[in-house]
Design a protein around this ligand. Structure first.
Ligand code: AMP
Ligand code: GLY
Length: 422
């Protein structure tokens, strides 16, 4: 089969790397791809993944047997619908289902309607009304831009001043554009966070192995939020009892809710959870693989990823066997100077060939410079992944190899895999 992957980050590299192991895959094309993805796929540059017109045209000319869409923006813009209309199967939800990530208020309504535990919330479309409700549910005040905001649309305002400032930025200055014209205010949940990624089609919702993300830029969860500075899998937060609660209170009613609401979801549902004193509660839904959760999780997948993708597009997931390795995985992200703020690009990367056997370096933001030199080309640049028989072994291996790779301004967290608050 020929597969077209839309996207060009670490998640897409992990997907391409895993698909390349399938004996059934004879060609992988990736748009736009990156210098790492180019090891396993033919990369087609020239258009961004968010240019859905260009991506749909590419699907038409390349005629793949399957399209896999990585990032949330093309999904929200309806790329799945555009490509399916040409008769090509797509792994990734349609536009209607993609609202589960593209609109926080849509998701809140869904969760409430189906009795799925989540934070108390209220939706505001008027700035003055929101200002007059400032401190609703106390502080920190959780303010969420309704639409897609590249992972930056959630503010936990510590006090009234910070809340006012965030409201002004979202609804007054419109820093997130239209995405911030509607704001969801939530009660602040306290607990340990974890994510569960699930394969979903019309026949089943099947959780993958769990993963733990480290969102803040600095060690000990300090500093601003990022796209994710590292992950490990499986999560050490999950116990048998919690898993049962997650299945009964969250996964089962979510799948039943999709059916009741006529949501024809085919792809990955990423559930962000907070383990509170009252049990697990949903923080958010995303409608795609997490980045960098995927890098750790797919290193532990034993089954053929292509078989799973094809089963999902044909509503046969319930019959698909999915097996995971008992090994532990750790992924440490290397980021550019300045990230998550404005960052530098174009720095030559050295040491990519110096990593040990068994280490896989997924490229997140890289490109080829002159003479084939690999240059930095994004905020998160690389994800160094290791597996081991134990969590500690995987961690030690990942860090022993992270230090072999370098570029000007490279920085990473030293505590990926350390368990806080459990
Ligand atoms: P999101 O973009 O929805 O994943 O939110 C970003 C981060 O904000 C989450 O990973 C949580 O750490 C935090 N967050 C979101 N909603 C809440 C909430 N209701 N209570 C506490 N923390 C939250
Ligand atoms: N790592 C968080 C996300 O992909 O949204």
């Amino acid at each position: 089969m020929k597969v077209l992957i839309v996207g060009g980050g670490g998640r897409e590299h992990a997907i391409a790397w895993k698909l390349a192991q399938s004996p059934k895959v004879h060609e992988i094309v990736c748009a736009p791809g990156n210098a790492g993805i180019a090891q396993v796929a033919r990369c087609v540059g020239g258009a961004d993944a968010e240019d859905v017109g260009a991506m749909a045209r590419l699907a038409e000319t390349e005629k793949p047997d399957l399209v896999v869409i990585g990032p949330e923006v093309p999904l929200a813009l309806g790329l799945t619908d555009l490509i399916e209309a040409k008769g090509i199967p797509v792994f990734g939800p349609n536009k209607k289902c993609s609202r589960l990530e593209a609109s926080k208020s849509f998701t809140k309504d869904f969760l409430i309607r189906h009795g799925i535990p989540t934070a108390k919330s209220r939706v505001f479309t008027d700035k003055d009304e929101l200002l007059s409700s400032i401190g609703l549910y106390g502080y920190p005040m959780v303010l969420k831009a309704d639409g897609l905001a590249a992972g930056k649309g959630v503010v936990l305002a510590a006090d009234e001043n910070e809340a006012r400032q965030a409201i002004e930025e979202m609804m007054g200055d419109r820093v997130f554009g239209e995405a911030g014209d509607t704001v969801v205010v939530e009660e602040c949940l306290v607990g340990v966070e974890a994510s569960v990624l699930c394969f979903v089609d019309g026949s089943a919702l099947v959780p993958m192995e769990s993963a733990q993300d480290y969102k803040r830029i600095f060690d000990e969860d300090k500093g601003p939020n990022t796209g994710g500075m590292g992950t490990y899998s499986p999560s050490l937060v999950f116990t048998g009892k919690l898993n049962a609660q997650i299945r009964e209170r969250i996964l089962e009613p979510t799948f039943a809710g999709f059916k009741k609401d006529g949501l024809d979801f085919r792809g990955v549902l990423f559930i962000g959870l907070m383990m509170t004193d009252e049990g697990p509660k949903v923080i958010e839904f995303n409608n795609r693989f997490g980045d960098p959760e995927t890098q750790s999780v797919l290193r532990r997948l034993e089954s053929d990823l292509l078989d799973i993708f094809v089963a999902v597009t044909e509503d046969r997931l319930a019959q698909q066997e999915i097996t995971w390795s008992d090994e532990r995985a750790v992924c440490v992200a290397l980021a550019s100077a300045g990230y998550p703020g404005p960052y530098e690009k174009g720095k030559p990367i050295s040491g990519l060939d110096a990593v040990e056997d068994g280490i896989v370096v997924f490229h997140a933001g890289t490109t080829f410079g002159k003479d084939g030199v690999i240059l930095t080309n994004g905020g998160r640049v690389l994800g160094v992944t290791a597996t081991g028989k134990t969590h500690d072994e995987a961690r030690a291996k990942a860090y022993a190899n992270v230090s072999r790779i370098t570029f000007d301004g490279a920085h990473y967290r030293g505590d990926i895999g350390v368990v806080y608050g459990a």
